[in-house]
Design a protein around this ligand. Sequence first.
Ligand code: FE
Length: 288
Amino acid sequence: MTDIDTDTATVSRLIRAQRAVEGDGFVVRRPFPTTMLSHLDPFLLFDHMGPMEFAAGEGVGTPWHPHRGFETVTYLLEGEVEHRDSLGNHGFLNAGDTQWMTAGSGVLHKEGPSQAAQAAGGRMHGLQLWVNLPAAEKMSAPAYQDLRAEANARRDQDGSSVRVIAGRLFGLAGPGSTRTPISYAHVSLAAGAEVTTELPAGHVVLAYPLTGAFRIGNTQVDEGILAVVEGTELTVRGVAPSSEVIVLTGQPIGEPVARYGPFVMNTEGELRQAFSDFERGRFGTPDD
Ligand code: FE
């Protein structure tokens, strides 16, 4: 046993989320993109929605909008989300479900509280992540993965619960298939409970408390703060009373990022092409 474990991961950077208003008017906490930080390759956006309560008839989502050149990954903790897209897909997400949408060459979609949830009022809590695609896949055919809560790899132990949605973390392999090496885990921790994982070499590693707080080494990370982590082995410890923590890792793509709103390409010319294609209706048409 040594006093100093040089392999233990530490927090190298703390990023405070900013408030942003999305879609038809719901507030998110957004560590990036902001005027300070465009992206953390390969991740392009990190939006924490809720937890929020809405009255009957007052739930809001996002109206029809396009995407091209990346993936949107929506993980729901509470509520019921309904989505539709220009390829004719229509579905629902419930607590613990993930929608992994590869926009590729382009899709139009809308998403928000389901009609039933809108009518009844309720709660909403979730996370939307944008994952970049490498140049070779930016114009690939759009695709979906509907990853149900029960499909996640899961281990419950000593006051902790680990669910892995994609990639390999905490010794578990998730069901999601990724275009570049990504891992995505949700950890629930009672106060003082801890979990440890090896970290994939060369990845950007992020840890974020959806609720509560956690500690990595001597650093406490509170709600509204995204931690960037460096090291080879990560231990996350829960802080009272309990916490829900997202751990993400991704191998940087290392290509130029040209972005504007819902389009993320490699060059300004490709962005102009995206706008032009959108204006000409080449992303399809709303199906309702
Ligand atoms: Fe979207």
